[in-house]
Design a binder for this molecule. Structure first.
Ligand SMILES: Nc1ncnc2c1ncn2[C@@H]1O[C@H](COP(=O)(O)OP(=O)(O)OP(=O)(O)O)[C@@H](O)[C@H]1O
Ligand SMILES: [Mg+2]
Length: 321
């Protein structure tokens, strides 16, 4: 659906995107995360032709974006809806008028566009409020209007730039769940830019971490957070509690492993006691995932490590070993 190869982008002398290569599959929710200034928005704008690029390739739905003329860019943008942190709605107009705007711009016949806008407003749960001004809505409701407007022309790809960053945690979840629903019901591909780690965990199938305009890592979301490399751990600022003495072992549980059974089975099989130091279970897109840190007394250490190895569990010894 989207394939970027060796992309480089400069503003004057400074390189803001360097050697960026990744691809997004059809139907996927692909997250791009990173600190402020990492180049996330710039990368998103390269995908829909709002920005040019200096070298490399941006291939979107069979088209090389850099080769498109203005008419081609217009067609490309029709196929790529976009939503923003600041919603970018016309607040003096009604909810309905905002959704009708892109349909008017593309000269969709009146009856058809009314029907389409009504259908989308039902989808986002705002049909009853269609005649109200946007300025009377809450942030979450405004973003629902933003989503309805972005979907008006039936795009195949939805680009989201910090779409939930201005919203409180509960509203963020409701917007993410709406996006996941429409991904499934409309078969959309979503590129989701954010600095909110909680949002990517809930929404994204795969993520890519950008820092200083470069890719620092990419992979399935659960692996990315549950088994981060040292660099990633620093960037996502995850630290694990450890007890002094003994061996602190962090186990993590991808979907294929039943988390409860692992710990109790090991305790039974080895007849060892260990302390639970800490852990976290979180809701990811399709399931609850998490990790657990245990502290094993020195005499049991080798037996526990051999068991974990033999069972092919996911684990690491923490500390300066
Ligand atoms: N139009 C521009 N002209 C010059 N420099 C720019 C321009 N737009 C962005 N930049 C620079 O490019 C870099 C990346 O900016 P970008 O907006 O893509 O970051 P971001 O990851 O989206 O950050 P944020 O999380 O704050 O939105 C920054 O150093 C920024 O100052
Ligand atoms: Mg940005």
């Amino acid at each position: 659906m989207v394939s970027v190869t060796s992309l480089q982008k400069c503003y004057q002398e400074s390189v803001v995107l360097r050697d960026i290569s990744f691809s997004v599959e059809e139907g996927e929710v692909f997250g791009i995360v990173g600190h402020s200034g990492a180049g996330k928005s710039t990368l998103l704008r390269c995908l829909n032709g709002l920005e040019g690029y200096d070298s490399g390739s941006v291939h979107v739905m069979g088209r090389e974006v850099g080769d498109l003329d203005p008419a081609g860019i217009r067609l490309l943008r029709r196929d790529m809806g976009m939503i923003f942190q600041t919603f970018n709605l016309l607040s003096s107009l009604s909810v309905l008028e905002n959704v009708l705007l892109p349909l008017r711009l593309w000269h969709v016949p009146a009856a058809e566009r009314e029907a389409r806008a009504g259908e989308l407003l039902r989808l986002v749960g705002l049909y009853e409020r269609r005649f109200e001004r946007v300025s009377a809505l809450s942030g979450g409701q405004k973003q629902r209007v933003g989503i309805a407007r972005a979907l008006a022309l039936s795009p195949k790809v939805l680009l989201c730039d910090e779409a939930t960053s201005a919203l409180d945690p509960g509203t963020t979840i409701s917007i993410l769940d709406l996006l996941l629903d429409i991904r499934t019901s409309l078969g959309l591909t979503i590129v989701f830019v954010t600095h909110q780690m909680e949002a990517v965990k809930r929404a994204c199938d795969r993520i890519m971490l950008l820092d200083g305009g470069q890719i620092q890592g990419t992979g399935p979301t659960d692996r990315f957070f549950l088994a981060p490399s040292e660099d990633l751990r620093r960037l996502v600022q995850d630290e694990y509690a450890q007890f002094p003495g003994g061996t602190n072992i962090r186990l993590w549980f991808p979907r294929e492993i039943a988390r409860d059974a692992v710990i109790t089975s090991m305790a039974r099989a080895l007849d060892v006691d260990f302390a639970i130091v800490g852990g976290k279970l979180e809701r990811y897109a399709d399931d609850v995932r998490g990790f657990l840190v245990i502290n094993v007394p020195d005499p049991d250490r080798e037996r526990v490590l051999a068991y974990l190895e033999a069972k092919k569990l996911y684990w690491e010894v923490l500390g300066n070993e």
